[in-house]
Design a protein around this ligand. Structure first.
Ligand code: SAM
Length: 219
């Protein structure tokens, strides 16, 4: 796979577009410019990789629109060395962005084919610190909790209790919640052992967060 100057130029333009759409965090815009999104797409869509659009990936899933990735990443406000859980690895593009920002990233995907493909790409890009799991992220990854931040990249109908419980005090969960047509982005902060603060933000449309397989394994 090649990352040419033409690709880099297209990424620069994409970052500028995202800035114009309201993304302000320079680190996030820098990560968008750094990660070759065309590596995470099927060949058929490669030419379109730097359009601000979602595209189909295997298993009838999608790689999120760059604006959505940037918006969720900005909200999460990841600091270096923070322990972060991503639910819904999908193509692995969002994971790569989080890892580049310095997260100690755990990512989980319920489709084994996607999980394995994303893992290969992490290795290819030298993102060796990403811990990639196959299984049901609806239940989080209790074995590695608590997390500083949790990001859900699929649309939920409710906030999974396990995810709230796996946050550190002061930790943040970013999750789209709604019905199959649209979901509101929620930013939930754990303020004490028992209290949470909730902010309701913009509307998006994600593929559904499913309650999936009952077992998981580390690959
Ligand atoms: N972050 C992804 C990217 O950059 O390509 C976007 C992924 S897509 C919008 C959402 C992903 O969540 C899909 O790959 C889907 O299989 C996965 N998913 C849905 N429910 C899940 C669950 N309970 N546990 C783990 N993954 C899940």
């Amino acid at each position: 796979m090649e990352d040419s100057n033409r690709h880099k130029g297209m990424r620069k333009r994409l970052a500028l577009q995202l800035y114009e759409k309201g993304i302000q965090d320079e680190k996030v815009l820098g990560a968008i410019q750094a990660i070759p999104r065309h590596f995470f797409l099927d060949k058929a869509f490669e030419e379109h990789a730097y359009e601000d659009k979602a595209f189909p990936i295997d298993e009838e899933q999608t790689i999120s629109q760059p604006y959505t990735v940037a918006y969720q990443t900005e909200l999460l406000n990841v600091q270096k060395r923070e322990k972060v859980l991503e639910v819904g690895t999908g193509s692995g593009y969002q994971s790569a962005i989080l890892a580049l920002l310095g997260a100690r990233l755990y990512t989980i995907e319920r489709h084994e084919k996607l999980q394995k493909k994303a893992k290969k790409m992490f290795d290819l890009l030298g993102l060796l610190g990403i811990r990639s799991y196959f299984g049901d992220g609806y239940r989080g990854l209790g074995e590695f909790a608590p997390f500083d931040k949790i990001l859900v990249t699929a649309g939920a109908t409710e906030i999974p209790t396990a995810l709230k419980e796996q946050l550190k005090i002061g930790g943040v969960l970013v999750i789209p919640v709604g019905n199959s047509n649209h979901q509101k982005m929620l930013k939930i902060t754990r303020t004490t052992a028992t209290d949470y603060k909730q902010e309701v933000l913009k509307t998006f449309r994600f593929v559904p967060l499913l309650k999936g397989k009952n077992s998981w394994k580390n690959i």
